[in-house]
Design a protein around this ligand. Structure first.
Ligand code: GAL
Length: 416
């Protein structure tokens, strides 16, 4: 395979022979991939490493979106016990990079030509100060809708193209006594829906101004109020037990035909596949109405914590395995995401995966690729959490839309 990998593999084989030293050939991986679909994808990575003689010490921290995982990580680092490798997103990675806590992956990156194959939008979150500080596993995007095909067919509903189509579809399901929208009331899930709703309501310039540039005028605009009004419509069309529900249980409602739609990132597809469902036959994937030309992305990466100045053999092997083209295909086919390199064939991907790859390339080419606010790719954690608080308070009826807009302007300004 690659030169470094060969060296690493033989070095590890030597370690294995050395007996007691063999224990060193292990990585501890902190991650939040605990749902059925996520665990299936993680097994692809575990298997890949194990085939190289590297042991896997699992450190799962449940909680979609990774908020809890990041809290555990901070505690571990504070007590001087950082895990070898850690799943992380966007601005969190840059933050750890700025603190000088991460191992320098430049050698493996140079040997394997990451600069040439990892899209620029991802490199912006994988490098700090010219150094590669994390290994991108995938590209997810948040502006997707997942639908139960039989439920839609039974109610004569076609794939909605516009917000108005979506409203009509939701009202049809509601009148038929079907829960229109499966949702889990957790801050990160409310924010995930808000990514798509804000993009659809105001378009790409508005999304960028509000979430990436954190422009006060956009945050306080009538367009933002309209986005909150649309969130209120969505809130009115979820079931009574939505509060606190895990995202994968909401996906299960669509899988089982208990609900029509779920607005969720493409990790939801992993749950459908894990339940042996087939895209186009059992379920449909489509861009949130009004965001067909845009992609709001988040990329999972693995940061390697500095183990005393140099990257360890196991960390280099893990980074190398993650970026290998065959792993990128095998893993992302299962995870629901698309490859973090531009040179991987879409041959093994299903229809949703093929569309995801095409959409990503088109959005990158037309300037319509934006970091997801909900998943840490639009602004730093402090601002993201401030937006979460307002979106969730509004979703739960604490604020009307006008108040939410005012609170949003204040919260973002204080958090910066
Ligand atoms: C996202 C992450 C995905 C998926 C999701 C739900 O932040 O990028 O890989 O795990 O959370 O847990």
């Amino acid at each position: 395979m690659r030169k470094l990998m060969k060296t690493t593999t033989s070095a590890l084989a030597a370690l294995a022979i050395a007996g007691s030293v063999a224990q060193a050939a292990e990585v501890e991986v902190l991650h939040w991939w605990t749902s059925g679909g996520e665990a299936a994808a993680l097994n692809v990575l575990k298997g890949d490493l194990e085939s190289q003689g590297i042991g896997w010490q699992d450190m799962p921290v449940a909680g979609g979106g990774g908020t809890e995982a990041m809290t555990v990580l901070r505690a571990r680092v504070t007590s001087g016990d950082a895990p070898t490798a850690v799943q992380a997103l966007g601005f969190d990675i840059l933050d750890w990079g700025a603190q000088g806590a991460l191992a320098d992956l430049n050698e493996v990156a140079a040997q394997e030509g990451w600069d040439d194959v990892v899209p620029a939008a991802l490199q912006a979150f994988a490098k700090y100060d010219g150094k590669w500080i994390s290994a991108p596993v995938n590209v997810h995007s948040t502006n997707w809708v997942w639908a139960n095909k039989a439920v839609l067919d039974a109610n004569g509903i076609a794939v909605p193209e516009t917000w108005e189509d979506f409203v009509a579809a939701v009202e049809t399901l509601s009148a038929a006594g079907v829960t229109p929208i499966a949702h889990g009331g957790q801050a990160w899930q409310d924010a995930t829906v808000f990514d798509a709703v804000a993009m659809s309501t105001g378009g790409p310039d508005f999304y960028k101004a509000a979430f990436i540039d954190m422009d006060e005028e956009a945050l306080g605009s009538d367009t933002m109020k309209q986005a909150f009004d649309r969130m209120a419509f969505i809130r009115a069309n979820v079931d009574d037990n939505f509060s606190g529900r895990d995202w994968n249980l909401a996906t299960a409602m669509v899988i089982n035909g208990e609900a029509g739609f779920q607005m969720m990132g493409d990790w939801a597809k992993g749950e459908f596949l894990n339940a042996d469902k087939v895209p186009g036959q059992d379920f449909l994937c489509f861009r949130f109405p009004g965001t067909q030309d845009q992609v709001t992305f988040n990329a999972d990466q693995f940061m390697m914590f500095d183990q005393g100045g140099v990257v360890s053999e196991e960390q280099a092997a893990l980074a190398s395995a993650i970026l290998s083209p065959s792993f990128q295909s095998a893993f992302n086919v299962v995870k629901g995401s698309v490859p973090a390199r531009t040179d991987v064939s879409d041959a093994d991907f299903d229809a949703c995966g093929k569309q995801g790859m095409k959409d990503l390339a088109a959005a990158a080419a037309s300037g319509n690729l934006f970091g997801s606010m909900a998943h840490g790719h639009a602004n730093p954690a402090g601002v993201k959490n401030a937006i979460y608080d307002v979106v969730t308070a509004h979703f739960n009826g604490e604020y009307d839309s006008e108040t939410a807009v005012e609170e949003l302007v204040d919260a973002v300004s204080i958090a910066q």
